[in-house]
Design a protein around this ligand. Sequence first.
Ligand code: 0O2
Length: 250
Amino acid sequence: MMLRAYSDLTNLERFLRSRLPHKDIRALVQTYAQPYRELMSYYRCAMMEVETKFNVLNEELSLQYDRNPIESIKTRLKSPESIMEKLQRRGYPLTVESIEENLNDIAGVRVICAFPSDIYRLSDAFLKQDDITLLRRKDYIAEPKPNGYRSLHLIVETPIFLHDQKRMMKVEVQFRTISMDWWASLEHKIRYKKDLPEIDFVNRELYECAELSAQLDARMEMLQHIAADSAERKPSLQEPRGLRATAGHI
Ligand code: 0O2
């Protein structure tokens, strides 16, 4: 993945310009731009580390289960606008140190799985790795949010190895099935974070869709188990019947 340090700086400057007088901006950029750029680059490195771990698990587990448990992996670095907005909203200082200290989701990795059981299998395997420390776990699959949102969220700490130091970085990992991701993406477009008046009909319909998508996940998982069981009982295609029957007599 390409490092995008310069575009981060440009975005940050653009955000500050819209909010502050010119002389304050110059002072702020001089004080914070370089440390901010460095911090964002460390977060990008941490995302790469975590993404690689999931690619490795996907490769290994795909041999074991004869299918890929991971459909896709998305990574995102929180935008300067969202960082500032979150710090402000929660009453934290607007400093580079405060970003690292107070926000857990600057680096985000979203792992989209085929089936709900893949989520728990993958997250267990990931958390067993000795360079991953679990800081927080929120299981919105076992206990969906009141609006119907489902996903497994982990905040972990992982080391990145720089030329002269080892640095611990926080990464938020979200695990979803395809249908959980489909619902969350559309709900995000329709409602999430929008300053809309509460519309009961929309809320109820979105909740209903979340329930339906959970039922579809459960049905698809059941079909997958049935298919996998019957494939296990079937004689291997590489082993012709005649050979199996006479193997003991050769
Ligand atoms: P974005 O734009 O996706 O980055 P904290 O982890 O303490 O900082 P919070 O909000 O308690 O804050 O964390 P939580 O509940 O683990 O949710 C964090 C992220 O989950 C959100 O990030 C969303 O990506 C996703 N999420 C949580 N609830 C919902 C929901 O109801 N609908 C949808 N579509 N997504 C949700 P951000 O930073 O809010 O947004």
